[in-house]
Design a binder for this molecule. Structure first.
Ligand code: AMP
Length: 108
């Protein structure tokens, strides 16, 4: 865990956040600046920055969490921004699950 990381603070429940799902390894919560009617972030509780650092148990848990939070959606977009070119703002690995509106392709 990183003491200054905003998502670590959310994982530690130090910040008031709308938690949608959690298990031992992951937590899912509402994005503070939603880009779709439903915009959920799914993160590992442990501070990881790079997808290459995910072990199998954690990747299973993350995709299970994505399946749980998206189970009643008609469709959704799953986004992971990594690095400057992708516009990543928070350097704690996270997946955006967005739904409730028509999405465009290609994304901006
Ligand atoms: P990214 O550009 O992929 O790093 O996206 C980071 C996301 O985290 C953005 O969609 C932000 O709106 C969201 N975010 C930042 N701080 C918070 C917070 N305290 N609670 C919920 N979502 C947050």
């Amino acid at each position: 865990m990183s003491s200054s990381c905003i998502f670590c603070k959310i994982a530690r429940k130090e910040i008031d956040t709308a938690v949608i799902y959690e298990d031992e390894l992951t937590i899912a919560f509402a994005d503070i600046a939603p880009q779709a009617p439903t915009h959920i972030l799914v993160i590992p509780k442990k501070h990881l920055e790079h997808i290459k650092d995910i072990k199998k148990d954690l990747s299973n848990a993350l995709f299970s969490a994505i399946n749980v939070v998206s189970q009643n959606m008609d469709g959704y977009r799953l986004v992971m921004n990594f690095g400057k070119d992708a516009g990543q703002a928070v350097p704690h690995l996270h997946f955006h699950v967005m739904s409730g509106r028509k999405m465009n392709w290609p994304p901006g």
